[in-house]
Design a protein around this ligand. Structure first.
Ligand code: APR
Length: 285
């Protein structure tokens, strides 16, 4: 039972959304995984040193960096994979799994996170749009088959910071002599449907009855388009975030049916989903 009491305005918007017949969409970002101990790599810990040079994530997470120094980029991703594998889903991830058990395919989670925690919590892959990819997977695009495949479990999950890729590991990450690449959308690449559910995200948002945005600063393109789809139709737009200085919080304040609720995802998401389960299941269209 959640101790958090939701304000009347928020409850009213949830009731309004539940009363519709369209999808219920949760759009999540790094903030939903923060309480699992996964850093957003934007602070000091985000720098990655190659030789004597420090790189920021947005410099390493590019196809040009991968072409220039593939094994250094792999080393960074395998380190992050280890950080994510050692983290556990938190009450916010689990609350969305409970909600899916109640609402089934009416619930869609669109996540920017590549940590795989929604799936590890139990969310159904077909209802979880990982629009920036997943660190546990890799691809061999040059082979013509772009289907993501799991990174071999033999690859060390306790990858210490700065450790280089060994020859045996390079072999595990290769197919017919060609080194694969992490299945993550890089800053100099584009969304698509096959790998990142681009059109599905927009079409789902275009029919949504309710959009709940959790733990994201709103700096990337597709999430803002998803929000735009809902706002244009005056759909209830709820933002749950630890900090208020985000573009989504501002959109919520300006929207006639918007609401911003400040707090940790680990408390707010379970409170919201509990309310939806208690007040919404009898309305399943
Ligand atoms: N509960 C709720 N919100 C939180 C919590 C928490 N415990 N901790 C942090 N937040 C909020 C922060 O206030 C911030 O607004 O989560 C948001 C995280 O924002 P970012 O770090 O910018 O992460 P995100 O919005 O997911 O980044 C989007 O940009 O770096 C690229 O592709 C990468 O997917 C990423 C995208």
């Amino acid at each position: 039972m959640s101790e958090v009491t939701l304000p009347g305005e928020l409850r009213r918007l949830l009731d309004l959304g539940l009363g519709g017949s369209g999808p219920i969409v949760f759009l999540t970002g790094a903030g939903i995984s923060a309480e699992s101990g996964i850093p957003t790599f934007r602070g000091e810990e985000g720098y990655w040193t190659v030789g004597s040079r420090h790189y920021r994530p947005e410099e390493l997470a590019t196809s040009s960096a991968f072409r220039a120094m593939p094994e250094e980029v792999w080393s960074w991703y395998l380190y992050r994979r280890g950080v994510c594998r050692r983290a556990d889903p938190n009450p916010a991830h689990r609350a969305l799994v409970d909600l899916e058990h109640g609402f089934h395919e009416r619930l869609v989670v669109i996540t920017q996170n590549v940590d795989g925690l929604h799936l590890r919590a139990g969310s159904t892959p077909q209802l979880t749009y990982q629009i920036h990819g997943n660190l546990d997977f890799m691809r061999f695009d040059d082979s013509g088959d772009r289907t993501p495949t799991e990174i071999p479990p033999e690859i060390d999950q306790d990858w210490e910071r700065g450790r280089r890729v060994r020859a045996s590991e390079r072999e595990l990450l290769s197919r017919e002599g060609t080194l694969g690449r992490p299945h993550v959308l890089w800053f100099d690449e584009h969304y698509d449907e096959h790998l990142f559910r681009f059109e599905s995200s927009l079409s789902t948002a275009a029919e949504a009855s309710l959009l709940v945005v959790v733990g994201t600063s709103g700096v990337t393109n597709l999430p803002l388009q998803v929000a735009g789809q809902a706002l244009r139709r005056n759909v209830p737009f709820v933002v749950l975030n630890r900090d208020e200085d985000t573009s989504f919080a501002e959109l919520a304040h300006r929207a006639p049916r918007g609401h911003f609720e400040r707090g940790p995802a680990g408390e707010l998401v379970p409170a919201v989903t509990e309310y939806m389960m208690t007040h919404g299941l009898d309305r399943l269209a």
